[in-house]
Structure formats: structure tokens, C-alpha cells
Design a protein around this ligand. Structure first.
Ligand code: GUN
Length: 304
């Protein structure tokens, strides 16, 4: 049987570390970290995510500042709110929940968030820092993937890693982090030929294609480690909705370790958002932005 990588347990232990850091900061007379969450409109899924993020802040002692704006908020007004938050010393992290309504240029809004407060790690400055291995804020889900891998792998050097999916939010940043950890990385996508053969050689498979049950047991070599980022809602034969990952979990019990869906990567994302907020709060209060260059870069030893 493959070892089950319990995302909830790893996320809880990261939350404990984050809370301890917050307590330490406050005891040392520093400001309590503050996370601003902006939600525009009334998309149902976004409301659920935002509620979870706010609740998680309470768990670790991070102050949350919630801004709910109507769907017809103008781009100009939204940008003005972001600029206000950029200048607010009590706010150390800013997250603008996407998707935004169609009349708003999402890229422009995400670029308007100060890179030092960009706890999603979506700003081009942080993307550039990550791709050059020079610090910055790492996007939450990729950071969560690396922490889960680190919970079962001691030495990443020279390992063959395959990342399935080349999205800006997951695939590309995960590939960069694996490269940083000295893996040999193959990134595959919808036009990749021989995906099954590429997977068969891999020591590490990170599946982030959003294609339910894409990775079959016969694609996985004995002893591989599998992180399943995919989560797709499908209708079961019994007429009930269920969540499916990108990996045929039951067929992969010859792997060394595997994440379940749900309960694998999912819980890590919010825990990493809080860790990023604390990192940003520390860096800002030390006078270095969290997106500053390597000399001031955060310690990434947590996944090395
Ligand atoms: N919408 C869905 N996931 C995310 C996320 O991680 N960050 C933001 N800003 N919006 C999202």
C-alpha cells in the first residue's frame, strides 16, 4: 500500500508554526500580520473560498480585513482600493479573489498589488523572482505541493520529476520550485506525446491538468511519489456528485506515497496563504519587502 500523504495533518502542523510565528512577532512588539481579502461580485465558489480564508486567519491570529464589493464596481474604484491597501501599514497581505467580473482587467488589478504584499505570488515581480531562484513570494498551491513532497522525500537532488499541466498558477511555478530543488523536470501539457511513457520514468509526478483520472496505475513506476492537484466535480453513476483527482488513486498503490482527493493539496493552499502573509508582515516590518532580492529572500528551507 502506498503511504497516504495527509494534507490536512501537514496543513495543521504548518498552521501551528504560523501561529507560533505570529505570537512571537506580537510578543516582540511587532504589528500583528494583517491580510486583506477583496471579493468583487457574488460568485458562489469565491464566497466559499473567501469565507474559508477569513476563518483560517482567526485560527492563527492573523487580522483579516474583508472588502466585499458589488459586481458592478468599476475597475477604477477597485484599483483605488488596492492602492489604498498598498499604502496601509496595518495590511501586509492583499488577496483579490479571482475570477473578477468581465468588465475588469484581471491582470491589471493583480499587477497593481504591491509585490511585497502579493501573498498569492501572482505579480510578475514574484513570478520573475521564482523563475530566477531569487526569493519573492511563492504562490500558495505550488508551495503546498513542495511541502507535501518534502514530508516524504529527504533528498530531491537528481530525481526525475514530471509536472502535468503548464498553468501559470500551478504547473509552471511547481516546475520552477522542483528545478530549484535540483530535480530534473519535465513539464507536459495537452499536446505532449507519450505522456504515459514520460510518467513511467518519473520519481515524482505532480498532476495538475484538471483532467479527472488521467494518470493510470500502469503509468506509475514502483516507489514513485504522486501529488494530485486536480479536483473536478463529476456526477457519479449513483446520481451523486463526487470530486475526482487527476490520478486513478486506487490503481496507484504501488507508489511510495500519494495524496488523496480531497484532503491532499487542498488544505495546504490556505495554510500557505497564511504562511505567506506572515512572511510578508515580517519582511515589511524589517524594512525589506517580501519581494526583495536574494539577500533578503525568505528562508525556503522548509521544503529543501
Ligand atoms: N480563486 C481561486 N483560487 C484563488 C487563489 O488562490 N487566489 C485568488 N486570488 N483567487 C483565487
Amino acid at each position: 500500500m502506498a503511504e497516504l500523504i495527509d494534507g490536512k495533518a501537514v496543513a495543521n502542523s504548518l498552521d501551528e508554526k504560523t501561529k507560533a510565528q505570529v505570537d512571537e512577532m506580537v510578543a516582540a512588539g511587532m504589528q500583528r500580520p494583517g491580510l486583506a481579502v477583496i471579493l468583487v461580485g457574488d460568485d458562489g465558489a469565491s464566497q466559499v473560498y473567501v469565507r474559508r480564508k477569513i476563518k483560517a486567519c482567526q485560527k492563527v491570529g492573523v487580522t483579516s480585513i474583508e472588502r466585499r464589493l458589488p459586481a458592478d464596481t468599476s475597475q477604477e474604484d477597485l484599483l483605488a482600493i488596492v492602492h489604498e491597501m498598498n499604502a496601509d501599514p496595518a495590511i501586509h497581505g492583499i488577496l483579490c479573489q479571482v475570477p473578477l467580473p468581465d468588465h475588469i482587467d484581471t491582470r491589471l488589478v493583480l499587477r497593481s498589488i504591491s509585490p511585497d504584499k502579493d501573498v498569492d505570488g501572482f505579480h510578475p515581480v514574484n513570478v520573475g523572482r521564482l523563475s530566477t531562484g531569487t526569493g519573492g513570494i511563492v504562490p500558495c498551491t505550488p508551495l503546498g505541493v513542495m511541502i507535501l513532497l518534502q514530508s516524504v522525500i529527504d533528498d530531491f537532488k537528481g530525481k526525475d520529476a514530471v509536472v502535468i499541466g503548464k498553468s501559470n498558477i500551478v504547473g509552471k511555478p511547481v516546475a520552477n520550485l522542483l528545478l530549484d530543488a535540483e530535480c530534473t523536470v519535465t513539464v507536459t501539457h495537452i499536446y505532449t506525446a507519450n505522456l504515459s511513457e514520460i510518467c513511467r520514468k518519473a520519481d515524482i509526478i505532480v498532476a495538475a491538468a484538471g483532467a479527472p483520472q488521467l494518470v493510470k496505475g500502469s503509468w506509475v513506476k514502483d516507489g514513485a511519489v504522486i501529488i494530485d492537484v486536480g479536483i473536478t466535480r463529476v456526477m457519479g453513476d449513483d446520481g451523486k456528485e463526487k470530486l475526482l483527482g487527476d490520478v486513478a488513486f486506487d490503481e496507484c498503490q504501488h507508489a511510495k506515497a500519494i495524496t488523496p482527493v480531497p484532503g491532499g493539496v487542498g488544505p495546504m493552499t490556505i495554510a500557505c496563504l497564511l504562511a505567506n502573509t506572515v512572511q510578508a508582515a515580517k519582511a515589511l516590518q524589517a524594512g525589506n519587502g517580501a519581494a526583495n532580492d536574494y539577500a533578503d529572500a525568505p528562508d525556503r528551507s522548509m521544503f529543501k
